[in-house]
Design a protein around this ligand. Sequence first.
Ligand code: PMP
Length: 458
Amino acid sequence: VIDVPVIDRSRLAALLAEERDAYVRTHPGSAAVHARAEHLLGRVPMTWMGMWTGGFPLAFREAKGARVVDVDGTEYVDFALGDTGAMAGHSPSATVAAVRRRIDDLGGITTMMPTEDAEVVAAELTRRFGLARWSFTLSATDANRWALRLARLVTGRPKVLVFSYSYHGTVDESFVVVGPDGQPRSRPGNVGPAVDPTTTTRVVEWNDLAALERELAAGDVAAVLTEPALTNIGIVLPEPGFLEGVRELTRAAGTLLIIDETHTLSAGPGGMTARDGLQPDLLTIGKSIGGGVPAGAYGVSAEVADRLSRAVDETGADLVDVGGVGGTLAGNALSLAAVRATLEDVLTEDAFERMVALGTAYAEQVRSIIETRGLPWSVVQLGARAEYRFTAPAPRNGGESAAAADEELDAYLHLHLANRGVLLTPFHNMALMCPETTIQDVARHTALFGGAVDALLG
Ligand code: PMP
């Protein structure tokens, strides 16, 4: 029997204070960028950048491959990779060349006209994910928003179902969680909702097919919107049979299944949809596919495409002008040139093979540290991505995972790593491998993680 070590909270607080001091002392350039930012809301370009622990975010000067250099000239191994926006690595050469060609040689960043790249990209998305028809957006959020509108139009039903503590971007309908009393409630912190989202949305816990069946039985759910694994509350994998069950239950209920592959693309070139043979009616994706250039997409099955054109004829829904599905710069020439190059030359099958192998090495090494120290923590891998959570066994659903959150521990680990040249995503303990991440980078994180844990255990 191993004694499970208990985290000494006063020791943790003292170590966190030391790391905070060191962070402030050794990052004067980033501190100055923050201090000067008088015209920015929250002193950051986007309010979520305030999530970086240490009082101010690192301001960066250069980024290439798996490396970032901050304004003080310090180099980092970047496992945050723009929270997946840079899964292809920072400024991948093929993407940069295609973007340069579009801008410098051909000219034209946004017009109101298609380029030849659009069909090439759509065909590649069909090859990877199986969905028959595609349309473009600038973000994963917008892909989800439009997918939900299309699902309501096609089914004539008003509601959406999401899993508790999922995240799909700033999509109004998705900010619902299962409360402590088992009832749906607006997610804590929801900013200025137009309507109480429990009126638009049903919600159940992940891995709970009985609850899903119960909620779908009402017959008013247009679509289940889900990632194939939760990745925004730690990583919570589907139990064997769960996704098959979701597919069967949605089919039986006449509810469409929208799979959001924005993060789970880490599983392989066609995400979990291709890896596990999922059969979504609609699929959404964003972040990574433009190699850092804003781009998102949604795909619909041939059947949904047919139903859509019929629904447009029957209802007069305006799919082309001001009906609520749009985005002036969506599908612009620059984004599509970037997506084409990123898919053809960067996020390739070979690249995924290496990235997933590194994800495995990362998870194994972290697991070995957790196990040798006897910590009641867990690590979950999803292809090229892995994340640790301060509970074991790994949580089964979003509610359990949310309950295991430990902000102080997160802050300590993030700062300990950042102060020694390794970056994790500020929102999570998530690490992502890009094509240029190396096994040495992984080993560097492992050594630092081990050191941080040992300092904590004393
Ligand atoms: N879907 C998933 C699964 C996400 O994790 C996110 C963002 N974290 C989004 C959609 C939204 O992406 P964006 O903020 O780029 O629109």
